[in-house]
Design a protein around this ligand. Structure first.
Ligand SMILES: *[C@@H]1O[C@H](CO)[C@@H](O)[C@H](O)[C@H]1NC(C)=O
Length: 308
């Protein structure tokens, strides 16, 4: 009995694991994935590096290595980030957010060890490409996130939200209390950052983004729609002014926070995040902010069959 059921069980296990590899590896998979707590947290660290470098360099003109040279574990210097031309209020806010990201990175390293900083491309061209894709034509002059406070906040609109939805997506799958405590604490501050950025943008929702013929609200809607399209898992990202059917209780078109019909935060899995931050719509095709791909075990699963 045992001798005949063993190979059958093994076969079943093999078939199930092939099936799960096929599904989680499908180009539009939207569900949870199998991974250890460490790998999930280190996946998120990719986004924390991106935020840290964008906020620190955007506000002060110097990045993570100027504050804590250990945290990047000798990962390459980011490309193209600049000190943005910020008004005093925006400067104070972004500087604080940048410092917070250093703490987040330290928390992750202390808890699970951490990954090397991936190569990050924060050059104006990467943002300009995203914004052109979002609006569907070539903005002239090219969008420059470092030009002024409004542009920098629009650049920020692209970033902490990904961390937020990624954390909401990963928390239910975490196995240990200590991991859940860490990640829910990271989520709290991440969603606070996103809320502040969106509130500052909402104050100017009706204004045109100089020198373009498009308002702040329209641009956020278009960026959100682009991200929904890249991630391929339905509407999980909403701009600042929405049709009533996307507003809270279908009673308002203001949308300072992006959330579902229960006003609960949307969740994304790692593939959805990669499709978006790579700008390629494919977790197998790096690009955008991560020209060589993200680091860690989860991102590597999709980069494995690349030829060097
Ligand atoms: C709002 O409208 C959408 C689409 O018609 C619907 O799915 C949703 O349940 C509505 N929400 C509420 C709170 O009634």
């Amino acid at each position: 009995m045992a001798s005949s059921s063993f190979p059958f069980g093994l076969l079943l296990l093999l078939l199930l694991s092939l099936q799960s590899a096929r599904i989680t590896g499908s180009p539009s998979y939207c569900g949870p994935i199998p991974a250890s707590d460490k790998d999930r947290i280190e996946f998120a660290q990719n986004l924390e590096f991106l935020e840290a470098e964008f906020f620190l360099r955007g506000s002060m003109g110097k990045g993570l290595d100027s504050f804590d040279p250990q945290l990047a574990k000798d990962g390459p210097e980011p490309i193209g980030a600049q000190k943005a031309n910020l008004d005093p209020l925006t400067f104070r806010i972004i500087q604080e957010f940048g410092y917070q990201e250093i703490g987040h990175l330290r928390a992750i390293v202390d808890a699970v060890g951490g990954i090397q900083r991936p190569l990050l491309d924060l050059s104006p061209e990467v943002f300009a490409t995203i914004f052109n894709k979002a609006v569907g034509y070539t903005l002239n002059p090219p969008f420059d996130p470092y030009a002024n406070s409004l542009n920098f906040l629009l650049g920020c609109y692209v970033i902490p939200y990904e961390g937020l939805v990624g954390y909401v997506g990963t928390i239910p799958s975490l196995q240990y209390y200590s991991s859940r405590r860490l990640v829910s604490g990271l989520l709290g501050v991440e969603s606070g950052q996103d809320a502040v950025i969106r509130t500052l943008l909402y104050e100017r929702a009706g204004e045109k983004v100089p020198p373009y013929d498009i308002t702040v609200a329209e641009l956020t809607n278009k960026i959100s729609m682009l991200r929904n399209q890249l991630a391929m898992c339905g509407i999980k990202d909403e701009g600042l002014i929405v049709p009533l059917f996307l507003g809270a209780e279908n009673l308002t078109d203001s949308n300072i926070l992006s959330a579902n019909a229960y006003s609960i935060s949307y969740a994304r899995n790692p593939q959805e995040i990669l499709r978006t931050v790579y700008g390629s719509g494919s977790e197998y095709t790096p690009g955008g902010f991560y020209p060589q791909g993200a680091n860690g075990e989860i991102a590597s699963r999709f980069l494995g069959n690349r030829t060097a």
